[in-house]
Write a protein that binds this ligand. Structure first.
Ligand code: PSV
Ligand code: MN
Length: 397
């Protein structure tokens, strides 16, 4: 492949590549051991959306923002017009709507899997309100993550809980508009440590199938055991038309929320390669929501999201350089070394000059991080928000 063909491929791919930002990545969060407060962190939904707007302004690849209903819609459905107005002001649109059925005290023994029917109903009511919010915001996806599980053997009926989940998700599906989808996320551990009701992709797949055709699986890259081959899960879900989206982040030990591609960029590349390979072979675009699910308490939050968006563009661009015809040929012939080298050649290509050129063509700064820093946005945000954020430290301590 000549350099100009490579550049053209990258430019074409970047014209349509988009990745969604999480509102919860812009406010002060931490670990269960505490928080390190940043003066410039967002203190309201409006500020989170404004910061997300900055990421999009400098990268042109983050046009939408996922929200968490409990954290971003303080009055539920009633908050929708205000949140939509804040998004429009920030130059972004609202993406996936995330119900929160893990934080309230009533959820000690779970939400849709809770043995108490009143609590299952409360969880369902909140999910259905989130579906309605999604209808008003024009968001396509309602993104469901359940912390449900148990921490001690024998304390819960795994089979009954599976049945309650099946019923709850079916009812959720029944309320979707024809334009909406529900994405069912899985995670093998945390907050419970003995059993988790939706522990892996197979469980999400089965429950999604039971729920209905608009239910798809959501793969959060941090939600796997250490040695798991995530690109294989991706390939299988694609071939079953059951992959709805990703929550991207990186991990070293558990669900660490580290910057996307910071630990294992080759894995991200292999995941993108599965998607692009599927698209080339089938001639159709995979209907996938790419989303980031990270929140950072050490790096500056907006800068970190810009860094993540840039990394995503780079790794996606490398994946579009894979010569699939050659790769298939080597695979069919059993040419193992040539097949592997074919993949590695794309991964080791320096795609940054082509991406800089693409940005120039769009009227963007060639180096988004530097341009954002030079804008002085963070200092200004720190001046405006510092007091409020310091107040949060005081009340925390
Ligand atoms: C849970 O770990 C998760 O990945 C879910 O997607 C939540 O919605 C998100 O993180 C934020 O807590
Ligand atoms: Mn997630």
């Amino acid at each position: 492949m000549t350099t100009s063909i490579q550049t053209e491929r990258i430019h074409k791919a970047l014209d349509t590549f988009a990745i969604e930002l999480p509102s919860w990545g812009f406010s002060n969060t931490g670990t269960r051991f505490g928080k390190f407060i940043q003066d410039s962190a967002a203190t309201t939904t409006e500020e989170k959306l404004a910061d997300a707007g900055q990421v999009h302004k400098f990268t042109a690849c983050c046009p939408s923002v996922a929200t968490h209903v409990l954290w971003d819609f303080p009055e539920g459905l009633k908050s929708t017009p205000a949140v939509m107005a804040s998004a429009a002001k920030a130059g972004v649109r609202l993406g996936a709507i995330n119900p929160n059925v893990f934080q309230d005290q009533i959820y000690k023994n779970g939400s849709l899997g809770n043995p108490d029917p009143k609590i299952r109903q409360a969880a369902l009511d909140h999910i259905l309100e989130s579906v309605e919010i999604g209808k008003q915001t024009g968001s396509r996806d309602v993104s469901l993550w359940f912390g449900d599980g148990s921490s001690y053997p024998g304390t819960q009926s795994i089979r009954h809980r599976k049945q309650w989940f099946t019923e709850g998700l079916k009812q959720t599906h029944a309320h979707l508009s024809p334009q909406q989808r529900m994405l069912v996320e899985y995670k093998p551990f945390e907050p419970y440590f003995y059993h988790t009701d939706l522990a892996d992709w197979g469980m999400s797949l089965l429950l999604s199938r039971h729920a209905g055709p608009q239910a798809k699986v959501l793969v959060d890259t941090g939600h796997h055991y250490q040695a798991q081959n995530i690109e294989q899960i991706v390939a299988w879900l694609l071939s079953e038309d059951m992959l709805g989206g990703f929550h991207f982040n990186d991990r070293r030990y558990a669900d660490d929320d580290l910057t996307f591609g910071s630990i294992d960029p080759y894995q991200v590349f292999r995941i993108f390669n599965e998607v692009i390979g599927f698209e080339r072979e089938t001639g159709k675009r995979a209907d996938i929501a790419y989303m980031i699910d990270q929140s950072h308490n050490l790096k500056d939050k907006t800068e970190e999201m810009i860094q993540t968006a840039i990394t995503a563009q780079e790794l996606y661009s490398k994946a579009v350089l894979v010569d699939h015809e050659k790769l298939t040929h080597y695979q069919m012939k059993g040419e193992l070394i040539d097949a592997e080298e074919c993949l590695k050649a794309a991964f080791s290509s320096d795609v940054r000059p082509a991406i800089r050129e693409w940005r120039k063509g769009k009227g963007l700064a060639e180096e988004p991080l530097q341009a954002f820093r030079a804008s002085g946005y963070t200092d200004q945000a720190a001046r405006l928000r510092g007091k409020k954020n310091k107040g949060a430290v005081a009340s925390y301590a």
